[in-house]
Write a protein that binds this ligand. Sequence first.
Ligand code: 13P
Ligand code: SF4
Length: 335
Amino acid sequence: MNAQLNYTQDIAKATNKLFEKLSGQYKKEQWETLAPYIYEINKLKKEKNAVILAHNYMTPDVFFGVGDVVGDSLGLAQVAAKSDADIIIQCGVHFMAETSKILCPNKKVIIPDINAGCSLASSITAEGLRAMKAKYPGIPVITYVNTSANVKAESDVCCTSSNALKIVNALGKQGHDKVIMTPDKFLAQNVAAETDVDIIYWDGACEVHERFTAEEVRNIRTSNNDVIVLAHPECPPEVMAEADFAGSTAQMDDYIKEHKPKKAVLMTECSMSDNVAAANPDIEMIKTSQMCPHMKLITLPKILKALQTENPEVIIDQEISARAKIPIERMLELS
Ligand code: 13P
Ligand code: SF4
């Protein structure tokens, strides 16, 4: 459908400034293949009153080129909840698009590749969670947003990596000395290290973050004097113990903006580091190589096609959606 996209004078004029910003990421020839998509997508999204929500793990062409709102899972959900766009194009993975649809059931929510999944989301089913609840009756369930709508529908409250500790402590204050956390065992263990509330957890992990090791952090420090190490809480506890700061993708971004370290490394998905490097040219970002294959399914040609065809649309059973909305809204209230 989009075979004939040429790099014209108008497109060069409209995208040159952005290319300057991203010149550390893309060569000129490569940019000339990307810029026509950026131009077309930005034109069409205005015509259709569509908003593009782009997660921090999107590649820089998507993140800076077409994202109207960029951020972490929590930030994108908060924006989706308030958006007055007719169409939401979710540049991220499927659970994020489902969260937007649950919060905005009357809007068209489109994900450019319906197969963009998540190893955490696929580690747990509603049936599995029901069995866990039967084993621990009366214990409230805190479910990470990285799950399907079916699993959220079985949960009491959701959390993201930016507010997990806050949510656990909020339940603690309500008199719960024990909670169930699903599905990320490392997020649960990392929160458990900072709270008095007892945490029973599901045995899931992120296929990207579980690969980071404490030894890797030590090696990075040895070869990079004064590097500041930031880690995502989906990393194993031994990695967190070696880090200078831990937080969600948006919290890491805020830390960098606020502290402006000379040199930093993000123990998280690799595109985020490229985006931080482009936004902060004075900071030397040390590269790591862990890539999320699901996030990388979202590309400019697929975004353009999704806008043109208004497909693939995210559809959720109404009864499940209504039940899943309750724990998400509880989380948004507590955040
Ligand atoms: P954030 O909520 O920090 O953006 O994380 C989402 C995610 O999928 C991390 O792997
Ligand atoms: Fe899921 Fe991990 Fe990819 Fe995030 S980085 S979407 S948790 S697989």
